[in-house]
Design a protein around this ligand. Structure first.
Ligand code: ADP
Length: 579
């Protein structure tokens, strides 16, 4: 029995121990589970916060990238505005200058100004265009055009540029190409200008051949193979692949010897690809280079012929509108440029210098057309247009936007705000005239400039004044009044510079004043001032002599002031009487 109870007890003990062990094990496992759970929670929490951190990092990065993109876009359009506005004035003024009587020497100088301004415009265009392409903002725009004429225009342009080198420019045109094609002729023109421009740059003698051949035609599609081949310096084999990349030149001394941004071919390739084509190059050092590209076009019905934008004489057109149009423009140089063109064409106008003034003026007179700058203080061109469109008498009036913005989206914004059309600055006289002809059609007449009948004071250089103003008395009035307005400030500045012996400053200021003399009929003094300016620059005169001579010029000008003021009054009276 005792044994039995012992056995029972031992069993019970064992069981109790086993249960305890099991409980302990359970407890241990529960604790481990609990800890594991805690760990999971901790990891989860940290994962969540990591995900949150990453998400907010990403959102921030995206926001920053978008802001950077916006800032870049804004910077580019601002830059293009800042650079293009004075460029507009320079190019515009050269057009006007070519329209005046000039000596051979002046014409030569003007040609250089025009050439350099064009180069600069090319560079700005390249940089802007590359950024536009990179931002995906460049669009293919097809229209009808005549390929042969386009190629001939490129050939003529370079024939003229190559005059000084023994380089022939040949056109090899396949007559099987249809007369009219449909495609983006602006892009094609640019591709060719880039390639032929390079060929002209890198070829000292021999020839440049531009060829266009029909490859195959499939129903409405035409594939054309173009090539631009030259007998120039050639490109080394190991550089051939790289030259289509931005800012790459075939050798490091190229920029030194030939100039250039290294962007031309990168843009060219992008444009070819945007037009649905391909481009390749073959070249041998010393033998020459050949660029070949193939583009698709569509057949097109005969349409109005392609008209190249060539320099023109401004005064050939005359409008006969008897109602004033409105210019809303804040920049004085652009006001002058626009004003001069309009005056030459016989278009009457009023001027407002910002959007608010524009809207005010428009509410007082029913203008048949408005030329509207976009970037202006107080109220910009978009806002002003929206306000005008709310006025009953301006629901249909043509409003043409003028802006230096280069982006398609900006042009769209102009049209969205209610404008009928848009002209990008800088614009040529032809571009403005065409828009006016389109939107002021009833007023276009071929008339002749009325003889102004005004006689300038014979004490002034009347020949110069007549040929400069061509009877355009309002222009003369503006120039006389600007001259008279600026003179006291110049005299004061000269006095200060002389008193502090800042001779270089004196030279610079004389240089600035000098060209204004002929504009008020004091051309004879131009030479005196020029000699003085040279003497200062070359330091061939003592400070005392400079002071005396400058003093004489100043007193001579002072002496002429009453005559100039009187002349301005006569001009103003004449204008009022003949209004
Ligand atoms: P760039 O503005 O410097 O001319 P591009 O992108 O148009 O820039 O050309 C890149 C480089 O390719 C040039 O600097 C030049 O070294 C080389 N290159 C282009 N076209 C020719 C050519 N027809 N003959 C010789 N070298 C050329």
């Amino acid at each position: 029995m005792a044994n039995e109870s012992d056995i029972l007890k031992r069993m019970l003990d064992r069981e109790r121990r086993a249960r305890k062990e099991a409980e302990m094990l359970l407890e241990e496992k529960a604790r481990a589970l609990y800890e594991a759970n805690l760990e999971v929670l901790r990891i989860n929490a940290s994962l969540e916060s990591e995900v949150q951190d990453r998400t907010s990092d990403l959102t921030r990065a995206i926001r920053e990238a978008n802001a950077a993109k916006e800032a870049e876009k804004e910077f580019l359009s601002k830059m293009s505005h800042e650079i293009r506005t004075p460029m507009n004035a320079i190019i515009g003024m050269t057009h006007l200058m070519f329209d005046t009587a000039m000596t051979e020497e002046q014409r030569e100088y003007m040609n250089s100004v025009h050439y350099s301004a064009d180069l600069l415009r090319g560079l700005i265009t390249d940089v802007l265009q590359m950024s536009k392409i990179e931002a995906g903002a460049m669009e293919y725009r097809g229209r009808n055009f005549q390929l042969r004429e386009l190629l001939q225009a490129v050939q003529r342009t370079f024939q003229f540029n190559l005059k000084s080198k023994p380089v022939d420019i040949i056109l090899d045109y396949d007559d099987r190409i249809p007369v009219q094609l449909h495609g983006d002729d602006v892009m094609l023109n640019q591709i060719l200008m880039n390639l032929v421009g390079n060929a002209a740059k890198f070829t000292r003698e021999g020839f440049i051949e531009i060829a266009a051949a029909r490859m195959r035609s499939m129903e409405a599609d035409q594939f054309i193979e173009f090539s631009v081949r030259d007998t120039g310096i050639g490109i080394a084999k190991d550089r051939l692949l790289d030259i289509f990349k931005s800012f790459k030149q075939a050798s490091d001394d190229v920029e030194l010897n030939f100039g250039g941004s290294g962007l031309g071919l990168a843009i060219t390739r992008e444009l070819v690809e945007l037009s649905g084509g391909t481009i390749e190059v073959q070249s041998e050092i010393g033998e020459g280079t050949c660029f070949v590209f193939r583009l698709p076009f569509r057949n097109a019905e005969m349409e109005e012929a392609y008209e190249a934008d060539q320099p023109e004489r401004v005064s050939e057109t005359q409008f006969a509108n008897d109602r004033k149009i409105l210019i809303v423009e804040d920049n004085p140089l652009n006001q002058r440029y626009l004003g001069n063109l309009l005056q030459k064409w016989g278009v009457l106008f009023d001027l407002a210098t910002n959007g608010i003034e524009g809207v005010n003026k428009a509410s007082q007179y029913n203008y048949p057309l408005v030329l509207m700058d976009i970037q202006m203080p107080e109220m910009n061109g978009y806002e002003a247009t929206i306000q005008l469109r709310h006025m009953n008498s301006y629901k249909e009036t043509p409003i043409i936007g003028l802006s230096a913005f280069a982006f398609d989206s900006d042009i769209k914004e102009s049209l969205d705000s209610g404008m009928n059309a848009h002209i990008s600055k800088p614009f040529t006289p032809r571009q403005l005239r065409e828009k006016l002809e389109e939107y002021l059609p009833s007023s276009v007449r071929k008339t002749h400039l009325a003889d102004a009948g005004f006689q300038f004071n014979p004490k002034l250089d009347t020949e110069q004044l007549n040929s400069f103003y061509e009877g355009d008395l309002e222009y003369a009035r503006d120039m006389f009044s600007i001259f008279l307005k600026n003179l006291p400030a110049y005299a004061m500045e000269l006095k200060d510079l002389l008193a502090t012996d800042k001779m270089e400053g004196v030279g610079n200021l004389l240089h600035k004043i000098k060209p204004t003399f002929p504009m008020v009929g004091l051309g004879a003094w131009h030479g005196d001032v020029e000699r003085l300016e040279h003497a200062i620059r070359k330091e061939t005169m003592s400070a005392e002599e400079v002071k005396r001579e400058v003093g004489e010029v100043v007193s001579k000008v002072r002496g002429a002031l009453p005559m100039l003021q009187n002349e301005l009054k006569r001009i103003e009276e004449y204008i009022t009487q003949n209004e």
